[in-house]
Design a protein around this ligand. Structure first.
Ligand SMILES: C[S@@+](CC[C@H](N)C(=O)[O-])C[C@H]1O[C@@H](n2cnc3c(N)ncnc32)[C@H](O)[C@@H]1O
Length: 209
């Protein structure tokens, strides 16, 4: 009985997180805590500094594939933890997210003044034409799509749809889960951290027509 109740509670929890409600935020430090789900008790300034460094660390892992002519999509980009460090390396970054609150904090606070980032709300599809982007990345996001709404396949397909032929797709996952990335070749898998955790990053390249 206990297991059944726990199972039901889990279902309810998942359903109640399955919309943008879970990601509704209006305060920078709350957003930072939600994104990194950090339980480390440090003061706000240190946590912000760590948050910033973590974004830089992410970009260092894939920056060699970026160049100044690229138009890039950060899918589920939150307040721009990563986009902030991608922006100086490319022509333009679009941050798309389901949460208006995250986008506002990104535009007005965390990435304020960076003029080559566009903030775009997505609902059920990505509001971009086919073959728009040279590089699409999604970090700390796909895992939530499995847990919260179970529509991972739909979103991976969307990311590939908006990618130009020969464009790149980079994502992370909590372990090396099998994900179909249609029309793309797998280029590389790397362990994201060297602390023994199972988080991996994968790079795919869309086939030319
Ligand atoms: C843990 S945060 C990661 C934010 C950012 N990628 C980063 O690494 O800092 C997950 C983000 O995914 C967004 N998200 C969740 N479901 C989404 C969906 N279906 N479409 C777009 N964004 C989504 C949330 O609003 C949230 O900003």
């Amino acid at each position: 009985m206990g297991n059944v109740r726990r199972g039901i509670q889990r279902e309810v929890e998942i359903m109640s997180r399955s919309s943008d409600r879970h990601w509704r935020v209006s305060d920078l430090d709350i957003a930072i805590n939600k994104i990194l789900t950090s339980s480390i008790r440090v003061d706000k300034e240190k946590r912000r500094e760590y948050f910033d460094l973590s974004g830089k660390y992410e970009v260092d892992l894939f920056s060699k594939y970026l160049n100044g002519d690229m138009t890039v999509l950060d899918f589920g980009g939150g307040i721009g933890r990563v986009a902030k460090h991608v922006a100086p390396l490319v022509k333009k970054v679009y941050v798309s997210d389901i949460s208006e609150g995250m986008l506002e904090l990104g535009r007005d606070v965390w990435c304020k003044g960076i003029d080559n980032i566009e903030w775009v709300r997505n609902t059920n599809i990505l509001p971009f034409d086919d073959e728009t982007f040279d590089f699409v990345y999604s970090l700390l996001c796909l895992w939530h799509l499995i847990v919260e709404s179970m529509d991972l396949t739909h979103w991976v397909n969307e990311c590939v749809r908006v990618l130009k032929p020969e464009g790149w797709f980079w994502y992370d996952m909590d372990f090396d889960r099998f994900i179909v990335v249609p029309g793309c070749d797998h280029i590389a898998t790397i362990r994201k951290y060297d602390d023994g955790s199972d988080t991996i990053c994968k790079l795919y390249r869309k086939r030319s027509k």
